[in-house]
Write a new protein. Structure first.
Length: 504
């Protein structure tokens, strides 16, 4: 089998039987024995060129011991890449000489699939061509190396597994009775993050091992990460709106707004990713992402500020006569939202820094390392602040009637001990609520309530179960003293608080 020379003079599309994967403008092959730059001689026909590729393939097969189909296909791609080199296009004309030589990666892929060392020293590493199996692609060498990424994702995965395990044990086992609904709802977020990291470890490990990346594994990683990003935004928004933290529930319009905004965020993010690969350049991609994430974060920040104004007004309503065990948790919740606002702003800062880091260094492993570590620290801190606990500051208001047919909001404190009329004073109340659902109050448990009377005095009481009324009756007690004995309905008629009961 004689040697050949390749030229892109009058390059053409070919339709051949052996190298059937060739779908590009292929260079002509010439007999090397009488080839020169100015007088190359007569080119081989497409069929002759295809036969040469088949003979080269058989020669390679004779030097390897593996008989696996994957090895045979890898050698076939290597032979066809050597014979049918791709010609570059420059406008409407084809270069007369230059063509893309076969990449060293093509030879390395054959080594991997055949599990046998081959001489790849004569192949180039830059400005070259490679033929990949269907469903695979190669990463940009400019953003490499990538060998650090499997270890980075593996370490972060271990940390998230610990966080996920603790959160679910706390929310569904340790504090299942006092854990509010948002703690249980957002428990899906760390699960999705663990799934993202498992796919990330698999993707980067196989990229490094195979020297090429699975397209469908990459698509799974991107889409799962997009679900996680959307879930994270939903989590931030629900906290920002105070769901089961300062409010028992949302109105139907609010729920529709949340669902529509999050659905729009997911769809717009998906569209941007599609446009990035087809229409948008890097600048356009950054502008689109800035607008999308900027609007979403602005919406979250505005809601956090609304909660801070509400909590600030409630803290200011607390008089000097309110003991620290009562007022402390309300002030604690105020601080929690301040910390949350700082963390949201910090997350935005990291997003901006990541884009600038990618533009400046161009190394993907640095960008992903900063992203995963910052994501772990920020979301871990948010989870720690709003974690399930036995005595949490997550409480809200229910409506109760007074003896003069007026209504007054009475705070319901969840997470106190259910021991008849003996309940600990651990949490302070909220002074405002919307759309409360009194059915959340169990008629068989005692709950702590705190009432500010019309004369500005504070009364702490226990809502003890009462089978003769529509809900638990209210038995007042002094803030610092033991509860008084129960009184009859007649004796409670003239009190500002003695005849209060929960409405169903």
């Amino acid at each position: 089998m004689g040697a050949i020379e390749l030229s892109c003079d009058d390059a053409r599309d070919v339709d051949v039987s052996f190298c059937d994967m060739v779908n590009w403008q292929a260079a002509h092959a010439y007999d090397a024995s009488n080839f020169s730059l100015y007088y190359p001689g007569n080119p081989l026909t497409a069929a002759e060129q295809d036969s040469y590729a088949r003979a080269l393939y058989k020669s390679m097969r004779s030097e390897v011991t593996s008989t696996r189909p994957s090895c045979k296909n890898a050698l076939k791609r290597l032979a066809c890449a050597n014979v049918f080199s791709e010609c570059p296009e420059s406008g409407d004309s084809i270069s007369s000489i230059s063509y893309f030589p076969t990449c060293a990666l093509q030879c390395q892929l054959a080594e991997n699939f055949c599990s046998q060392a081959m001489d790849c020293s004569n192949y180039t590493t830059g400005n070259c061509m490679v033929i990949l199996p269907p469903g695979f692609f190669v990463l940009s060498q400019e953003q490499g190396p990538y060998y650090q990424l499997p270890g980075i994702y593996g370490a972060v995965l271990g940390a998230w597994i610990i966080i996920t395990t603790y959160w679910h044990v706390a929310a569904f086992i340790l504090y299942k009775d006092s854990s509010v609904v948002i703690c249980k709802a957002i428990s899906t977020i760390p699960v999705v993050k663990v799934l993202v990291l498992i796919l990330g470890v698999s993707f980067w490990a196989t990229c490094e091992k195979w020297k090429m990346c699975s397209f469908w594994l990459g698509v799974s990683l991107i889409n799962t990460h997009l679900v996680f990003e959307t879930g994270m935004m939903v989590c931030f928004l629900l906290i920002a709106k105070g769901w089961s933290i300062t409010r028992d529930n949302f109105s139907a319009n609010e729920w529709r707004g949340i669902i529509m905004s999050m659905s729009a965020f997911y769809m717009c993010n998906s569209i941007i990713l599609v446009l990035e690969s087809s229409v948008l350049d890097q600048r356009g991609f950054w502008i689109a992402n800035t607008l999308l994430y900027g609007l979403m974060y602005l919406y979250i920040i505005l809601n956090v500020q609304s909660q801070l104004r509400l909590l600030t007004s409630q803290v200011q309503l607390l008089g000097d006569d309110v003991p620290q065990p009562i007022a402390g948790p309300l002030r604690m919740k105020h601080r929690m939202y301040i910390f949350f606002l700082v963390l949201v702003l910090l997350n935005i800062s990291f997003e901006v820094y990541l884009h600038s880091l990618l533009a400046s260094s161009g190394k993907m492993w640095k960008v992903l390392l900063v992203y995963e570590v910052s994501n772990l620290l920020i979301l871990g801190t948010v989870g720690y602040i709003f974690r399930p606990r036995e005595y949490s500051p997550f409480f809200f208001m229910v409506q109760a009637t007074m003896n003069d047919n007026r209504t007054r909001p009475i705070p319901l404190i969840e997470g106190t001990e259910d021991s008849g009329n003996d309940a600990e004073i651990e949490l302070s109340p909220l002074l405002q609520s919307q759309n409360s659902d009194p059915s959340r109050v169990s008629p068989n448990t005692a709950k702590m309530v705190l009432i500010r009377n019309p004369n500005n005095t504070m009364t702490v009481g226990v809502s003890a179960a009462n089978s003769h009324s529509r809900g638990p009756s209210f038995q007042p007690m002094n803030v610092t003293g033991p509860p008084p004995p129960p009184q009859s309905e007649e004796n409670r008629g003239g009190s500002n608080v003695m005849d209060l009961e929960f409405m169903y």
